[in-house]
Ligand binder design. Structure first.
Ligand SMILES: [Zn+2]
Length: 349
């Protein structure tokens, strides 16, 4: 009975939450605007090419869902026998300007684990770090569409990779050097950072050290409340958010112990698609700062679910012009995606 009560309570909680979300949805949520957001091109700015994915399958998925661009954050090597950046380059060879390959996902980790600690991050001087930065610089110069892979200054309780479950100083020498390299190559730095006060403080220092640089908060800080991002955005103009891995089904499990991790959702057993009203309000107040992403998925079926959550739970809650920015226009600007004008053209026709 207690269990049944708990289940019913949880169901009622979701129903009431979603009823509220539906009521305060700021966008026009009628059939017209639903149709409009369904047809918007998307830029997925946080994508891991999983070990089971071939570039051809990705291309078919992008066509199916009208995903115009994909920004890599690190291809998974698994048992493919290929280096991460190489895998991303294969996808880029097939998809051209629609795919941004990511550097550093594995090369940073290899340089890091060789030392058995975080010395490449924190040592004042470190020859292995110098070699790593040289490699990244060369890769970014040789491949003008390349971007930085996801970095993990704080994934204490939010990574499946044991090695990444720790908190590093976000203004440690390696992050500072990467930030400068990002400025040189005019790329944002994607940081996966849980919202620990010390991490937040140090990220603030990094952003303030040079306002020419930009950081994209992967998963918008992962365990953040809207108010925390609001305060941070007010202080720092050069920080953006990707909304990957902040929707169910991806957050279903972790959302049970930490409900803050879910921002929006698609159709579910106890819910209609929607989003938390305080987040919708935040996106409307900072419409130039948010982008969408898929992140890692363990099957193409989940990939489809994530896109469905974006198209039915998130975008229809926004004003049409905000939805357009979040869907792809902000990404075109922040990542300097090629062919942005064509997409706008296609959409108007
Ligand atoms: Zn991440």
């Amino acid at each position: 009975m207690r269990i049944l009560g708990g289940v019913l309570g949880a169901a009622l909680f979701w129903i009431s939450l979603h009823a509220v979300a539906a009521d305060v949805g700021l966008g026009a949520t009628g059939p017209e605007s639903a149709k409009l957001v369904r047809e918007l091109p998307l830029a997925d700015v946080h994508f891991h090419l999983m070990w089971f994915m071939s570039p051809e399958e990705l291309k078919a998925r992008m066509e199916k869902h009208n995903i115009r661009w994909v920004v890599g954050v690190g291809a998974i090597e698994g048992f493919t026998g290929k280096e991460s950046f190489e895998r991303d380059l294969e996808a880029k060879r097939l998809l051209g300007e629609r795919y941004m390959p990511a550097v550093g996902w594995m090369s940073i980790r290899r340089a890091d684990s060789d030392e058995g600690g975080a010395q490449i991050y924190t040592d004042p001087v470190n020859s292995r770090r110098d070699a790593l930065l040289k490699l990244l610089d060369e890769q970014l110069s040789a491949e003008p569409q390349a971007v930085f892979g996801e970095l993990h200054p704080n994934a204490e309780s939010s990574s499946a990779i044991v090695h990444l479950k720790r908190r590093l100083p976000t203004d440690a020498p390696l992050f500072v050097e990467l930030y400068q390299l990002a400025i040189k190559h005019k790329r944002p730095l994607p940081l996966h950072m849980q919202w620990h006060p010390d991490s937040v403080d140090r990220l603030g220092k990094l952003l303030q050290s040079d306002r020419r640089g930009t950081v994209v908060l992967a998963h918008c800080g992962k365990d953040t409340e809207a108010i925390q991002i609001r305060e941070f955005f007010q202080k720092h103009p050069n920080v953006f958010c990707d909304l990957s891995y902040r929707s169910r089904p991806q957050t279903s499990q972790e959302g049970m112990r930490d409900p803050a991790r879910t921002i929006y959702w698609g159709d579910g057993m106890f819910s209609t698609p929607g989003a938390k009203p305080e987040w919708i309000q935040l996106i409307e107040d900072f419409p130039d700062r948010f982008m969408v992403g898929v992140d890692d998925v363990h099957s193409w079926g989940i990939y489809d679910d994530v896109i469905e959550s974006i198209r039915t739970g998130l975008l229809p809650q926004l004003k049409p012009e905000t939805a357009e920015r979040v869907a792809y226009k902000n990404a075109v600007r922040v990542f300097r995606l090629l062919g942005g004008k064509d997409a706008a053209q296609v959409e108007r026709n």
